[in-house]
Design a protein around this ligand. Structure first.
Ligand code: FES
Length: 258
């Protein structure tokens, strides 16, 4: 969907032509527009999300869904907020998976592979069946990052698991009964916090903040009424907005606050 409406003005929602198709949520049939995502179709059917929904944008991993199509034995997975319904879909959401998560003392933990091996000895029960990779709705190469952890290669494991959204679907299929996503999170924390070099520009900015560089500007904003704030936020003249397809190194022309 695209719009040419100026910033701050109502966008025109294009007319959607869709037909109703049957889907089955936890065994019960509902007829829903075929243009909806699973999440919207469930809401259309009367479900209210108080669990199993967070960001709605494919980031939080709260809406893992298992489904099967009519006449097909194969179990598939997707995120309810991203997957569009299909006629005859049988589905259920798995918003939480009770996988093991080891609590560890971050400060006292040495950045060595043995720390992870000790926290998650089940790592070595992996038989490289690859069921975890096949089920991942984010196409993360789960088996490969597990292999990297076993080799003690934190950098590779961090890189390969970076797109993980912690939905837990990999653990649901693992015959070694490990929680791959929690293991990868421990590795990323150790790698990011204790192995990679410190980001000096970030440290500089933290010093700037602590030194009060933005205090006056924030105080000014706090005193501003809501309608002026809205104008400041929405107006192209008042706020230079990064273009959608900007250069990697894009910066606003007024970078006094950077
Ligand atoms: S609601 Fe966050 S990933 Fe779907």
């Amino acid at each position: 969907m695209s719009t040419t409406a100026p910033i701050g003005e109502d966008k025109k929602v294009p007319e959607v032509t869709s037909k109703l198709v049957p889907i089955y949520v936890m065994g019960k049939r509902y007829d829903v527009p075929d243009s909806l995502t699973i999440m919207k179709a469930m809401e259309y059917s009367g479900y209210k999300f108080i669990r199993g929904c967070g960001c709605r944008g494919g980031i939080c991993g709260a809406c893992g869904t298992v489904y099967r199509k009519t006449g097909d034995y194969k179990l598939r997975v997707g995120l309810a907020c991203q997957t569009v319904v299909e006629e005859g879909m049988y589905l259920t959401q798995i918003p939480f998976y009770p996988a093991n998560r080891t609590v560890f003392d971050y400060e006292a933990t040495a950045p060595v592979p043995e720390a992870v091996f000790k926290a998650y000895p089940e790592l070595f029960r992996c038989v490289a069946c690859n069921a975890c990779t096949k089920i991942c709705p984010m196409d993360v190469p789960v088996m490969d990052y597990v292999a990297a952890v076993k080799r003690g290669d934190f950098e590779k494991a961090t890189e390969l698991s970076f797109d993980c959204i912690q939905c837990g679907m990999c653990a649901s299929r693992c015959m070694a009964e490990m929680a791959q996503y929690h293991i990868a999170q421990m590795v990323r924390r150790i790698y990011g916090g204790k192995i990679t070099p410190k980001a000096t520009h970030l440290a500089d900015m933290v010093d700037n903040i602590k030194g009060g560089r933005f205090k006056a500007g924030l105080e000014e904003l706090k005193k501003t009424d809501v309608s002026t704030l809205k104008k400041l936020y929405m107006s192209k003249e008042a706020r230079e907005i990064e273009p959608n397809m900007s250069e990697d190194e894009w910066t606003p022309s007024n970078n006094a606050n950077l």
